[in-house]
Design a protein around this ligand. Structure first.
Ligand code: 13P
Ligand code: SF4
Length: 314
């Protein structure tokens, strides 16, 4: 993208690459970022893969094109490195639904329970949790917890319900949802199936149960991407944030990817937080080395424990 005003013309891609060399930075991007950001990133992945990359990198600076909780995770894993994010306001409705003081009270009400918490939460909530999980490793982690140990699962009730079905474990759920995934409509998916009878429905487990019941395959963003590469169908109705379709088209250009529409006439299949990040903001954050993620040392120490447990168990 090129920004022009009466004096200057900025080629963001060129400038970002130049700044990347100057900062000895790595650019990590989530699949829900706009296509240009995905294309300029060093690595594009799901929450788990991005956490792993953040842990492994030897770059001096981490530029995180994703949402705030993901950049916080990178900071917790790299307390001594600057973690820069294009827009500090890029939050997440799940993280917002679970403020740390209420989560603390929830834990105190259930003192016998182990708290398995979805990575879509603040660092303060991570610091109060026993094990963090993502949608790609949650099932694997839950089945490793002794059967007599009751579980609190927070903050996504849809993912929690899905995991209860998959594992047969009864869990006490926090009542949070993703603003994007809860808007997918079962009725619209049925309509799309009638229009594209050859298409398979693939869905993220943050979707509501009626949508998941229509799905031929359910998985995290990276699992959905892997599925369409290995599967023999030629068309897919994609019930997750539409940003992932960029990688799907790159991987299988001959296949047809149909974004699942929400109930209303809106672009609600785009995450309003993820889409706050733009090429211009990516360029500016690298130029200014701001905004950065700042967390106090004690918070980092406490939040690292359940993240490390997740990495060990998955
Ligand atoms: P993934 O871990 O599947 O990438 O999901 C992250 C997310 O925010 C889904 O809405
Ligand atoms: Fe959060 Fe939903 Fe956006 Fe993912 S898509 S970052 S869960 S609001």
């Amino acid at each position: 993208m090129i920004l022009t005003d009466y004096k200057t013309e900025i080629n963001f891609s060129e400038e970002i690459l130049k700044l990347k060399r100057e900062l000895n930075a790595v650019i990590l991007a989530h699949y829900y970022q706009e296509s240009e950001i995905q294309d300029i990133a060093d690595f594009v992945g799901d929450s788990l893969e991005l956490a792993r990359k953040a842990k492994e990198t030897d770059a001096e600076t981490i530029v995180f094109a994703g949402v705030h909780f993901m950049a916080e995770t990178a900071k917790i894993l790299n307390p001594n490195k600057p973690v820069i994010i294009p827009d500090l306001e890029a939050g997440c409705s799940l993280a917002d639904s679970c403020p740390a003081p209420l989560f603390k009270a929830f834990r105190e009400k259930h003192p016998e329970h182990i708290a398995v918490t979805y990575i879509n939460c603040t660092a303060a909530v991570k610091a109060l949790s026993d094990i963090i999980c993502t949608s790609s490793n949650a099932e694997k982690i839950i089945v490793q917890i002794p059967e007599d140990k009751p579980i609190l699962f927070s903050p996504d009730r849809n993912l929690g319900k899905y995991l209860m079905k998959k594992t047969g474990r009864n869990m006490t759920l926090w009542d949070g949802t993703c603003v994007v995934h809860e808007t997918f409509s079962e009725r619209k998916i049925i309509e799309l199936k009638l229009e594209y009878p050859e298409a398979k429905v693939i869905a993220h487990p943050e979707c509501e149960d009626p949508v998941l019941k229509r799905a031929d395959f359910i998985g995290s963003t990276s699992k959905l991407l892997k599925f369409i590469q290995e599967d023999s169908a030629t068309a897919y109705i994609v019930a997750t944030e539409s940003g992932i379709i960029h990688q799907m088209k790159k991987a299988r250009p001959e296949k047809n990817f149909i974004p699942a529409p929400p109930d209303k006439n809106c672009s609600c299949n785009e995450c309003p937080y993820m889409k706050l990040n733009t090429m211009e903001k990516l360029y500016l954050c690298m130029k200014n080395k701001e905004p950065q993620i700042h967390l106090d040392a004690e918070m980092i120490r406490k939040a690292l424990i359940p993240i490390e447990r997740m990495l060990e168990l998955s």
